[in-house]
Design a protein around this ligand. Structure first.
Ligand code: ADP
Ligand code: MG
Length: 223
């Protein structure tokens, strides 16, 4: 009888696979990008080169997301103010929000305790989830970001949009690699976010109602 891999072994095997694939793809990608740029400089019809460059960038973007799964460059945990991190992310997304007529309302409990985290990784989580909120509002609208302390020495950051919502039968598929309903989606954002939160001893849950909107609750331990 074959020995079955334990769940945690399976996860690390997936991480190694992701790292392998990402590195294998990124090197030829970089070289291809260089040659396309050279071609672009000399060719009469440049539209093809533009398309090829943007497709290359898209592959590169997916590879970058896959690398997060592989956790290559060990994480650095430092004590940080979660309210500040959220505020920085919202500022970072300001111009994208403006372009889409989306207004962010941030309401962080002033008493939020410091948390131990890898700031860049955690930023990535908030970016992924806030971007999904913006993308759920093609005609514009509002996003509410709230932070509070829970009873059991955890904090909760909630990101609520008034967008398209998610069909109940699709909810279980969220976070599956490459599951996306968007024309230009990668279907990696939620999976990567889940993985990062897991590394922080946290998690997220999603509440959604079709045409009403979606709320993502992120919880993180105070350590
Ligand atoms: P992507 O954004 O590239 O599609 P994600 O992993 O971030 O990948 O999200 C997966 C899917 O979950 C999305 O394609 C969308 O169908 C759904 N989803 C996530 N967040 C929201 C949201 N705020 N409102 C509606 N649907 C959402
Ligand atoms: Mg996304």
């Amino acid at each position: 009888t074959k020995e079955l891999l334990r769940q945690s072994d399976k996860l690390s095997a997936i991480g190694q696979l992701a790292a392998g694939i990402a590195h294998e793809i990124r090197n030829p990608l970089t070289s291809l990008r260089g040659f396309v740029q050279l071609l672009q400089a000399s060719m009469a019809d440049q539209r093809y080169c533009e398309i090829m460059l943007s497709e290359l960038d898209r592959i590169n973007f997916i590879v970058t997301e896959l690398l997060v799964l592989a956790k290559p460059q060990g994480m650095k945990f430092l004590k940080k103010n979660p309210g500040q991190i959220v505020q920085n992310v919202v500022s970072l997304l300001e111009s994208q929000a403006n372009m889409n007529n989306v207004i962010f309302h941030v309401n962080m409990d002033s008493q939020l305790p410091m948390i131990s985290c890898d700031e860049n990784q955690l930023k990535q989580v908030f970016i992924n989830i806030c971007k999904n909120a913006i993308e759920a509002l093609p005609e514009g609208g509002e996003v509410f970001v709230e932070g509070k302390t829970l009873m059991d020495s955890r904090i909760q950051i909630s990101i609520r949009d008034t967008g398209c919502g998610i069909e109940p039968n699709r909810l279980p598929r969220l976070g599956e690699p490459f599951y996306t309903t968007k024309e230009n989606g990668t279907g990696l954002g939620l999976m990567v976010s889940y993985r990062i939160l897991e590394d922080h001893g946290g998690s997220f849950s999603i509440e959604s109602e079709r045409d009403k909107g979606t709320t993502v609750h992120i919880t993180l331990p105070v350590r």
